[in-house]
Design a protein around this ligand. Structure first.
Ligand code: MIC
Ligand code: SF4
Length: 642
């Protein structure tokens, strides 16, 4: 029986377990990446593990999220990360170098390698034929300390690509189409593997756009074969020696299949407020646009921005539109400065901002009240832009640029305008933004600890009886942005959980943290796909700090479920989803004989207020049971080494 590419790479890295869907496996991690908004926690945790040098082939610490430096907090975090990176042999990418995923693709990604990143869009590396997985910060800290990562072996979904995209239709439309078909929870427990003759018609940066937004499917990761296009991309980056051809066997067997006919696709958009709320631009119609934002780890590559420059050249941004562009990396910006494309963009009336996440994570550029904002980003959750009543649409760079000129959402295909082909160019290697840890070690480099950096909360061993009061009864698809919002006001406090916890669930229930303080011991009730989106473990650490003991939901998103377990908070799934409706705010819940029950198939939760008993399914692996019993991953590692 032939093998999928995903399983070939996993098999190459398998350390422990049976490589079969649903089984727990431990794999070797070759590379890690962190970014600053999750990175401060990662490096606090790495320090807490008292390790010396990292065990990976390569680990990089990028600074791209908190770059506004509105106060000392951001800059202190950067200095802290730099010092810890130097102590442990991690490369440090200075602010201004660009967005972690774009930079990693350009400079370090290698076909066939594994990459674990403390950011949900780490699967961008799948565009190069890597198994690149997003995880909570603690998992990445452990991967650096031990060179391993444990996960449930996913199913593999085959997405067969046929034909080629037509002008004005791009990789963004491919992934929006897949999101329309599979939804934001369709990828949970799955790797999405792209195959078929259409693959050769997509460049590595196109592929990276698709694997990047596979995060929005909830997938463990997404992967493309490594072929001549991969070689060409690596050669253009001056790294042809990293090339290695990789593909699934012709007779590979997949768990599920989807066919995408590239030549039938038209420009698409994800409407407010979910990446899977997809419709064609033509159907949505020519709605008036107030803001257009181009950039993010999804769509800020050289070819993306050159297409934008070609559309803007010699024209004027519509008077009612604010067009803002954040390039993916310093080398892309440098190239566009050299070849004149930057001048074309500026002259059209676009605002150029730093090579960083910027508006994607609400660091500036919040649209005006009630605005329509078109963004080439990957998430349009309500309020993520910083403006609660803004309507954010996710579109391709082509759709964004032509709409910025016309002032209305525009389908480029029916616009009658032509679009030039963008040729790939060679980049001159440049590591001037990189600080190497050479010459530094733990002994000669002190940790630079600013006053805003506070210790992270730690849990204690699971008690016999767990009592908790329901402090929130939430709906389906709660995001980690809902749980722990992030914007220019809050991002500087990513290393200060006590401060952040005051804002937990702020956007959907402003009384949440107060209720937690009053209750002391708390439980959260959730619907389907609880905790989708960002990998921020702050969405587990802030609830831990506030006294949350367990969450019962209809289903969980992968990374958040792991983050809860890593913090010693129990993620429990309703055996009977109708039980969800019987629970109310203020209900007193009890789990008796908790240490015995967590080892069983079913955990019984008593609702003392209503006189009911709920069956819940923990589905914990042995490693997870150990973590729950010990009160989280750090305690488990310290006590039993795993
Ligand atoms: C995001 O896109 O939501 C982020 C900001 O990159 C997060 C990480 C974070 O919350 O710090 C992610 O995707 O993991
Ligand atoms: Fe940064 Fe946005 Fe990408 Fe997250 S999704 S890494 S905030 S650019």
């Amino acid at each position: 029986m032939g093998k999928t590419l995903a399983y070939k790479i996993l098999e190459d890295h398998l350390i422990e377990g049976k490589l079969s869907p649903g089984e727990e496996i431990t794999i070797r991690i070759d590379q890690t990446l962190t970014q600053d908004s999750t990175g401060t926690m990662v490096y606090l945790q790495l320090e807490a593990m008292e390790v010396d040098r990292v065990k990976t082939e390569l680990s990089v610490a990028y600074i791209d999220h908190n770059t506004l430096q509105t106060g000392f907090e951001n800059a202190d975090d950067h200095e802290f990360i730099k010092s810890v990176a130097e102590r442990h042999g991690v490369l440090f990418s200075k602010p201004g170098n660009g967005i972690c995923h774009q930079l990693h693709l350009e400079n370090y990604g290698k076909p066939g390698k594994t990459l674990l990143g403390s950011d949900s869009h780490t699967p961008t590396g799948g565009g190069l034929g890597m198994i690149a997985i997003g995880a909570g910060g603690l998992d990445v800290a452990v991967a650096m300390a031990k060179g391993t990562y444990s996960l449930t072996a996913p199913k593999v979904v085959k997405v067969e690509l046929k034909g080629a995209l037509r002008p004005w239709v791009s990789a963004k439309d491919v992934i929006l189409y897949v999101l329309q078909q599979l939804t934001v929870k369709g990828g949970v427990g799955r790797i999405i593997e792209y195959t078929g003759e259409g693959v050769k018609n997509l460049s590595v940066t196109d592929r990276a756009t698709i694997t990047n937004m596979g995060a929005e499917l909830g997938a463990t990761t997404s992967v493309f074969p490594s072929d001549e296009n991969t070689r060409a991309y690596l050669k253009a980056q001056g790294r042809e020696d990293a090339y290695r051809p990789l593909a699934a066997d012709d007779d590979a067997v997949y768990d599920e299949e989807l066919v995408v006919e590239l030549d039938k696709l038209t420009p698409l958009a994800a409407k407010p407020h979910s990446p899977d709320n997809v419709d064609s631009v033509g159907n949505i119609g020519e709605i008036k646009v107030d803001q257009v934002a181009i950039g993010s780890c999804t769509n800020s590559s050289y070819t993306d921005l050159m297409k934008v420059a070609a559309i803007l050249k010699g024209r004027k941004v519509h008077p009612d539109v604010s067009l803002v562009i954040s390039p993916g990396s310093s080398r892309i910006l440098e190239k566009m400065a050299e070849n004149g494309a930057l001048a074309d963009i500026i002259s059209a009336g676009a605002r150029i901002i730093e090579n960083a996440c910027g508006p994607c994570i609400g660091m500036g550029q919040s649209p005006k009240s009630g605005a329509v904002s078109l963004r080439t980003f990957n998430r349009n959750f309500k309020g993520r832009s910083g403006t609660l009543d803004a309507d954010v649409y996710l579109v391709s760079p082509e759709t964004a640029a032509i709409s910025a000129i016309r002032g209305v959402l525009t389908d480029g295909m029916s616009s009658g305008e032509s679009l030039p082909d963008i040729a790939m160019v060679d980049f001159t290697p440049n590591d001037n933004f990189i600080v190497y840890p050479d010459g530094h070690d733990k002994e000669n480099t002190p940790v630079a600890m600013g006053p805003n950096i506070k210790p992270f909360p730690r849990n204690t061993a699971l008690p016999e009886t767990v009592e908790a009061k329901v402090v929130l009864h939430a709906g389906d698809n709660i995001t980690t942005d809902d749980i722990m919002p992030s914007d220019s006001r809050l991002l500087p406090y990513r290393s200060n959980i006590p401060h952040l916890s005051n804002y937990c669930f702020e956007k959907i229930d402003s009384g949440f943290s107060q209720r937690c303080h009053e209750a002391g011991r708390c439980a959260i009730i959730g619907g389907e796909n609880y905790g989708q989106g960002s990998s921020r473990e702050h969405a587990a650490l802030a609830p831990l700090y506030l006294g949350v003991k367990f969450v019962i939901a209809k289903s969980f998103a992968r990374i958040h479920r792991s983050n809860l377990i890593n913090s010693g908070i129990l993620p429990l799934v309703f055996a009977n989803p109708a039980d969800y409706d019987t629970l109310e705010l203020g209900d007193e819940l009890v789990i008796e004989n908790a240490p015995q029950q967590v080892k069983a198939d079913t955990i019984k939760v008593k609702n003392v207020t209503k006189g009911l008993v709920y069956d819940t399914k923990p589905n914990f692996s042995d490693l997870e049971i150990n973590m729950i019993l010990k009160g989280g991953k750090i305690n488990a590692i310290k006590e039993s080494g795993r």
